[in-house]
Design a protein around this ligand. Structure first.
Ligand SMILES: [Zn+2]
Ligand SMILES: [Zn+2]
Ligand SMILES: [Zn+2]
Length: 236
């Protein structure tokens, strides 16, 4: 019998429990299996998508920074006090600095891949990424996931991407709330449910009934939906 190691990130399956579960407050304590090297499928997916999202996020932050600079620009000649003040001119928008930090993080991990990958990546083209580090790294994610430091990279990248997208949401992060079609509220039986997207990137969503005011957390909603699906399968 082969046993799969648990995901190195230490993540757990929601609502599934080990035999020695402490119970009560536990929302799930069964580890996710490391199906992808040292990571589980979910962590592997997050690592890939977070990495893949970096170029668009960089572009977005650049645009935010550009708008901030335009908004704060004062014609230098009308401001005699600060004219020629080098310190005042080096104040860069926070989004610009954040983008710079994100890029440094990605480059430092690319460096690790470059140094540790068994294929001779340090050949004559040792720095093939002057244009695009991410495009260079993505084909190596399978290999990355097998390294013991994969969980660090996944964690650092997820932390930075999540923080940046929470502070400067990208257009696709700003979802609108919308009605849930064809589903009756389990409390008042009226079709009046509304979906409220996460306030921040990868935070839970909520569903509320606009008739009776019942609010469903993401967990409750998922349970309800799977219940509905089961009932439908039975009646089909
Ligand atoms: Zn448990
Ligand atoms: Zn995991
Ligand atoms: Zn209701």
């Amino acid at each position: 019998m082969t046993t799969t190691n648990p995901c190195a990130s230490g993540c757990r399956i929601r609502d599934e429990h080990k035999t020695d579960c402490p119970g009560d407050e536990c929302r799930g304590c069964l580890p996710r299996p490391a199906n992808r090297g040292t990571l589980c499928d979910t962590c592997y997916l997050h690592l890939t998508t977070d990495l893949g999202d970096v170029p668009a996020l960089m572009e977005h932050l650049g645009e935010v920074a550009r708008l901030a600079m335009v908004a704060s620009a004062k014609p230098l000649t009308t401001d005699p006090v600060h004219r020629g003040d080098a310190a005042a001119q080096t104040v860069l928008p926070a989004a610009y600095l954040a983008a710079d930090e994100l890029w440094s993080l990605v480059v430092s991990w690319a460096q690790v891949v470059l140094e540790e990958h068994p294929a001779n990546l340090r050949g004559p083209n040792a720095r093939p990424w002057h244009g695009d580090v991410v495009a260079w790294m993505l084909p190596h994610v399978e290999w990355i996931a097998r390294q013991e430091w994969a969980k660090e990279m996944k964690r650092e990248l997820a932390r930075d991407v999540r923080t940046l997208r929470a502070r400067w949401p990208m257009p696709e992060d700003r979802e609108n709330d919308r009605p849930v079609p064809d589903v009756r509220c389990p409390r008042c039986d009226v079709v009046a449910l509304r979906y409220f997207p996460p306030a921040h990137y990868r935070q839970p969503f909520a569903v509320a009934c606009t008739e009776c005011g019942r609010l469903f957390s993401e967990d409750e909603w998922e349970r309800l939906v799977s219940l509905l699906a089961r009932t439908e399968r039975k009646s089909a």
